[in-house]
Ligand binder design. Structure first.
Ligand SMILES: NC(=O)c1ccc[n+]([C@@H]2O[C@H](COP(=O)([O-])OP(=O)(O)OC[C@H]3O[C@@H](n4cnc5c(N)ncnc54)[C@H](O)[C@@H]3O)[C@@H](O)[C@H]2O)c1
Ligand SMILES: O=C(O)C[C@H](O)C(=O)O
Ligand SMILES: [Mn+2]
Length: 568
């Protein structure tokens, strides 16, 4: 592991101690400046003759590199181009990502990252981050010792079993932690040397991958049960020893493990689950924005969530607290949130073993009270007709399941329905915004998990904001790291949701947008981080930092600029 010695300088270029020369320096993505090395640097670091003569200004270098990426039309080729850039010159990669966020976010993140994960073994060039397999049992400490830098502060880890709505993608799931951490750097400014993506490659049950001769992962069926738990336990202990200051984000674990690991480690390690908690916060913010547009209160809402998994249950928890704060209680509270899984409305008939689901199950008499026969049909159409939801949320990963009939039936009870099909990637969305806008004659308030183009309807343009946890996790992570929080609570996500909702301008609300423009992501993240940091201190999760919260947050927010290089 290397110590990366960067001295931040608010008034000019940062100062970086560089232990490399010549080819090794050019080959190192954190030190390499490519054609931007000055004549003096080339002389000083033994680079003369190794680069074409002319030193590019930053502007020219960005222009050239941008063009080299967008000359390919295929999104997956752009993904490969950006990944190669990240492996070659990280400062330049982050400059371009930040400068062209609207254009490149759909490449390094949903939907294209999903394609990249699927094709991972076919497009593999160079490893990034760390892999841990069952063969590493007993030596995970050593594996973590092979991390590129010694000061990891942010770890995003997946076991690859539920990658977006695409299921078990084995080793290919690594694209997700890499993409999430790239966004931590873009949005929160966490320095790339402090970000560590990790794949717990415990095997895969995806037969196509197991039979693919090009598959690069651990070619065994998934490790499960006690052996799985022991591996995760060893991993967590090793993380605590090697990277005691790190925040760990659980990402894209399948439901049962997602809940179990979150609950097991929440008090032992600074950690959170993005799919359960981050998603809940971003959804709450969108629903709050919808209510502002409609001039309605929380207590007036009836919510239907399709998909009782990690995202759906996380959202149900966050929305229940929101309704409670608005005075809703008792039976009214139960009946204000209906969660449906693949068998329909979740009703407690004594057979539910999943505690997380049970928490939101209706009693048979609740179902009867709104005209649903607990023994009969309790599918989406029936529940929509009976409940008359004002808010419809899709976390099922099932494409097209919000049909025209469902949406028209919903609109009969809610003239301007709030509809968020947030399943990813694009092809897994429960409904396409274009259809939702047309079916509701332009009245629906819509946001989706993956990006969609604006929809034209009767001369009006409906912008479709992205209801994606990227609005939340960078701010929560930054806030918690800035004050060195001891743990992460659900309330931090509530305040994160509230501060995200504050970031939407009236002009955006007037256009029917449920989230602020993505181009403002860095400012939004800073705003959320400040709120989260304050909440950590109020709740006794952290102490006020010397110099105050703002300075602590700003100190962590690195701007991708070439440093002044000092040989050591
Ligand atoms: N936009 C975001 O920020 C965001 C965040 C997290 C997850 N997601 C998306 O949400 C989806 C689900 O993620 P998850 O972590 O909850 O997965 P999960 O596997 O934990 O849950 C999915 C749930 O959907 C249910 N389901 C499947 N078919 C159904 C059907 N026909 N009707 C009703 N329910 C059905 C399953 O039983 C399961 O409980 C994925 O597509 C993921 O990409 C989006
Ligand atoms: O990765 C995303 O785009 C959001 C979310 O975490 C998901 O799992 O779909
Ligand atoms: Mn996820």
């Amino acid at each position: 592991m290397q110590t990366f010695r960067l001295q931040r300088n608010p008034d000019g270029p940062d100062r970086l101690e560089v232990p490399l020369r010549g080819r090794a320096l050019l080959a190192h993505p954190m030190y390499n400046k490519g054609t931007a090395f000055t004549a003096e640097e080339r002389r000083g670091f033994g680079l003369e003759g190794m680069l074409p003569e002319r030193t590019s200004s930053g502007e020219v270098q960005r222009k050239r590199t941008y063009q080299a990426i967008v000359r390919k039309d295929d999104p997956i080729e752009r993904y490969i181009g950006l990944a190669a850039l990240q492996d070659r010159n990280e400062v330049l990669f982050y400059q371009l990502l930040q400068e062209h966020l609207d254009e490149f976010l759909p490449i390094v993140y949903t939907p294209t990252v999903g394609q990249a994960c699927k094709k991972y073994s076919h497009i593999f060039r160079r490893g990034r981050g760390l892999w841990i397999t069952p063969r590493d049992k007993g030596r995970i400490d050593e594996i973590l010792g092979n991390a590129p830098y010694d000061d990891a502060r942010l770890i995003v880890v997946t076991d690859n079993e539920r990658i977006l709505g695409l299921g078990d993608l084995g080793a290919g799931g690594m694209g997700i932690p890499i993409g999430k951490l790239a966004l931590y750097t873009v949005a929160a400014g966490i320095h790339p040397s402090q970000c560590l993506p990790i794949s717990l490659d415990v095997g895969t049950d995806n037969e196509a991958l197991l039979n693919d001769e090009l598959y690069v992962g651990f070619r065994e069926k998934r490790l499960r049960g006690e052996a799985y738990d022991e591996l995760v336990e060893e991993f967590i202990q090793a993380v605590k020893r090697r990277f005691p200051k790190a925040l760990l984000q659980w990402e894209d674990f399948k439901k049962a493990n997602a809940f179990r690991l979150l609950d097991r480690y929440a008090d032992r390690l600074l950690s959170f689950n993005d799919d359960i908690q981050g998603t809940a916060a971003v959804t709450l913010a969108g629903v709050m924005a919808g209510c502002r547009i409609l001039g309605q209160s929380a207590a007036e809402q009836r919510v239907l969530i399709l998909g009782g998994g990690a995202a759906g249950i996380g959202i149900a928890r966050q929305l229940r607290e929101w309704l409670r704060r608005d005075g809703v209680e008792g039976e009214a509270l139960t009946r204000a949130i209906a969660v449906l899984d693949s068998k329909g409305l979740i009703i407690d008939d004594g057979s539910i073993s999943d505690e997380h689901k049970k928490d939101f199950a209706w009693r048979p008499e609740d179902a009867k009270a709104i005209g649903i026969d607990p023994e009969g049909d309790k599918g989406l159409e029936t529940v929509v007709a009976a409940l008359k939801p004002t808010v419809l949320l899709g976390t099922s990963g099932q494409p097209g399941i919000f049909t025209r009939e469902v949406i028209e039936s919903m609109q009969a009870g809610a003239e301007r329905p709030i509809i968020l099909p947030i399943s990813n990637p694009t092809a897994n969305t429960e409904a396409r915004p274009e259809d939702l806008i047309h079916w509701t004659k332009g009245r629906a308030l819509v946001a989706t998990g993956s990006p969609f183009d604006p929809v034209e309807y009767e001369g009006e343009t409906h912008e479709i904001a992205q209801g994606n946890n990227v609005y939340i996790f960078p701010g929560v992570g930054l806030g918690a790291l800035a004050v060195e929080a001891r743990s992460i609570s659900d309330r931090l996500f509530t305040v994160a949701a509230e501060s995200l909702a504050e970031c939407i301008s009236q002009a955006d609300l007037d256009k029917g947008r449920l989230y602020p423009q993505m181009s403002g992501l860095r400012d939004i993240t800073r705003h959320i981080a400040l709120t989260v940091a304050r909440a950590c201190i109020e709740d006794g999760l952290a102490e006020e930092p010397v110099g105050g919260i703002e300075a602590a947050v700003d100190h962590l927010m690195w701007e991708p600029e070439y440093p002044e290089m000092v040989p050591v």
